[in-house]
Design a protein around this ligand. Structure first.
Ligand code: SF4
Ligand code: SF4
Length: 155
């Protein structure tokens, strides 16, 4: 992994996170690591460490945080928020960070594909005649798609 140079740091990044809805608590973190211990994602993938993400954001490592795949690993389970003694509400902080990443077009290709599928089908897969036949056998009404409504919602 390449080292971050001092000049690459963005000292205002923490303020940008804190100014986003949900990001307000980030500066209250005192790095106790309770969130990390409670995180089910960290338990299976050590690249994802809530305390470390907060430290990186507070230090101004904007490119590393917004450009990393690991910010998309959070499952939004709120386990970290429940144990935090500082009420940082890290789950919400992650939403703020992800919103900033989207604003800066730092989105993994897989999420872009998912968005296109949602715009087209209103879900992550197309419901075809095959699925609707199976629904009919169960006495369920067919599913019809309304791409114009989905596109209006998703932009
Ligand atoms: S539990 Fe709260 S205070 Fe402790 S490291 Fe996590 S966010 Fe920071
Ligand atoms: S909300 Fe995200 S960061 Fe918090 S415990 Fe769950 S997976 Fe980990």
């Amino acid at each position: 992994m390449s080292r971050t140079k001092l000049n690459d740091l963005d000292p205002d990044f923490k303020n940008r996170v804190a100014s986003q809805p949900g990001g307000e608590g980030i500066k209250a973190c005192f790095a106790c690591k309770a969130c990390t211990a409670a995180c089910p994602v960290e338990a299976v993938d050590k690249r994802y460490d809530p305390r470390k993400i907060i430290r990186m954001a507070l230090l101004g490592m904007k490119s590393e945080v917004l450009g990393s795949d690991f910010i998309w690993l959070c499952s939004s389970c709120y386990g970290c928020s429940e144990v935090c003694p500082q009420n940082v509400r890290f789950t919400e902080v992650m939403f703020a960070i992800k919103n900033l990443a989207v604003a800066e077009a730092c989105v993994p290709p897989g999420l872009t594909v998912q968005k296109e599928l949602l715009k087209r089908h209103g879900r992550l897969y197309e419901v075809t005649e095959f699925e609707n036949d199976k629904r009919a056998k169960q006495g369920l009404p067919p599913i019809t798609e309304h791409p114009e409504d989905y596109a209006a919602l998703l932009g």
